[in-house]
Ligand binder design. Sequence first.
Ligand code: ADP
Length: 688
Amino acid sequence: MDSKLTPQEFEVSKITNNLIKKSPVVWFLWKKKYNWPVEFVSDNVETVFGYTKDDFMSEKVMYSEIIHPDDIQRVQKEVISQSKTGTSSIIHEPYRIITKTGEIKWLNDITLIRRNKNNEITHYEGIVIDIVEQYNREKSLKESERKYKVLSEQFRLMSDNIPDLVWSKDLDGNFTFVNKAVCEKLLIAKDTQEPIGKKDMYFAIRQRKLYPDRKDWHTFGEVCINSDEVVLKTKKPQRFDEYGNVKGKFMFLDVYKAPIFDNTGKIIGTVGHGRIVTKEKEAEKQLQKQNKEYEILNKKYIAQNKELEIAKEKAEESNRLKSAFLANMSHEIRTPMNSILGFAQLLKDPSLKPESKNQFIDIINNSANHLLNLINDIIDISKIDANQMNVIENECKLNEFLFEIYQFFHSEVSRKKGQLKIVFKKGLADGNDVIKTDTTRLRQILINLIGNAVKFTHEGLIEVKYTLTKDKQLLFSIKDTGIGIHKKDLTVIFERFRQSEEASTRKYGGTGLGLAISKACVELLDGKIWVESQHKKGSTFYFTIPYKKGTTPKLEKKITIDKSADLFEGKTILVVEDDIHSTLLLEIILKPTKATILNAKDGFEAIEVCKKNANIHIILMDIQLPKLDGLKTAKEVKKILPHVPIISQTANAMHQDKQKSLDAGCVDYITKPINKKELLQKIAKYML
Ligand code: ADP
């Protein structure tokens, strides 16, 4: 076998050697001999094998000796088997060599089989490539592929086994990943592959189409802001509240979204995570609602507490006022009682001069009237509380009516030794002054207010006047130059038992009821009451009542009784009365009239007397009677003597009692304490 290359072949080899000198490819020309001695090798052999060109070409190093012992047999087999087939090249499976430094390197080897004219193999010529780097690269690629596969499998496993929603999208909003929860709970997709490359609206629309009649079936993607856009714009991770209906049920998602960047910093999509917090949100809502309710309750409690505090203060105040009232009351009762009892005793003195006697009687009378007024006030307050103050309107000539009251006070004021004057100014001309009102209440108001003016004014002027205002109100004013009222007391004095500081000292007396009663009466008449005052300068009390024009009142049969002597001679009067003192009083009053007096101590007795005496001219009937009360008795008596007038006499000044006695058949009533003049006038009115 000729082992030498022809000169041309050698020349080609040299050129090839020059060409590959700088590449990682080493070119070998092996002799077809035992151990594959090298006839030629490219200059760069040392970079791969560590051995020099000379080491090989001087045959110090034989090629088969540097092949890894584990690979040599396989390589030899490949050479032999390929050589036998007559092919011209052998592509070896990569094999290992051991370099001069002992390092193991993997090589790729492509060998051409050279033959002579007789087709005998003379040489092997091959390119050997160090595949360490490529191998490593491929290896690490495979490794990272394996790792990636493991990781993505793990991630899929993890994300498909959590209740939260996890997904990623590209820049156009197409899903690039979704977990099971997204498919099942939000998109209603077949599996985790279906959404890939599609947008969430695709699934929303698909759901809506399934239930066209139910607008609330799937509302996700409609009601909330486009959070993907927000994240892409801001390039920052963010949290969003996203909500809507899925399969007709409300769902609230707590969503975190973040942008995905590639390794150049460019945004390539978004990742998202959503937690279903519907229950929590509902609980939160409930809690907020409850909190609000608690807040309202709290405010209510605070207000209630305040109210309670005010009520407590009021209760304490009213307690204090009641104590003051009781003290006042005791004083107001004891003072006149003291006069009544004291002077009554003095009256017994036989040596008493007639002037003193008259003076004492006046004092007793005044004190008794004072007591009566006090009792009336207390009854009025009870009536106000019981809502039993009624309005009974009657026609009234206002000027005449006011003048009477004025006159009453005029005489009282004159007694203040001329330091005080009272004037009355009318607001309507006589004849034009007829009005309709409850004169009892109007009188009560005026007497209270003028009475106060007189009480609290020592000198100067009291002016009582009234005018008709444009809005058809009668505006009354009582102006005085008295002690005046502190500003702080201006409103409280209208409350019961309230008196200003000065007045509450014992100097003026009083119970603090007058203004409260007056206010109630004014309001009952549909009017208003107020006061203007300057301390130490004087006060003006105003009140209004609606102006109701009246017609001239019918003239009442007025009987003037100058003296009672022989007034009722020939007449018989039945006095029905259980109280012996009251009976005695009536007898004493009636005795000078020369009337025949019959007595009955209870209802049954009265009926008996009536049955026996048909000539009774009038009956004075007490209401509170033992056995059969006055009202029932009156009804029975009316059956026996239907034409005999009955006048009830009652200690109850309540309006109902008067009305009840009229209903029972009485013609009139007279209240106790009996006023002699009034009694005689009334008897005369109905009997004569
Ligand atoms: P009384 O006069 O019995 O105390 P009133 O209710 O009539 O009760 O009056 C309440 C309080 O109003 C009086 O105690 C007094 O302090 C004050 N007052 C009423 N009228 C006048 C007035 N004309 N001048 C000064 N104070 C007045």
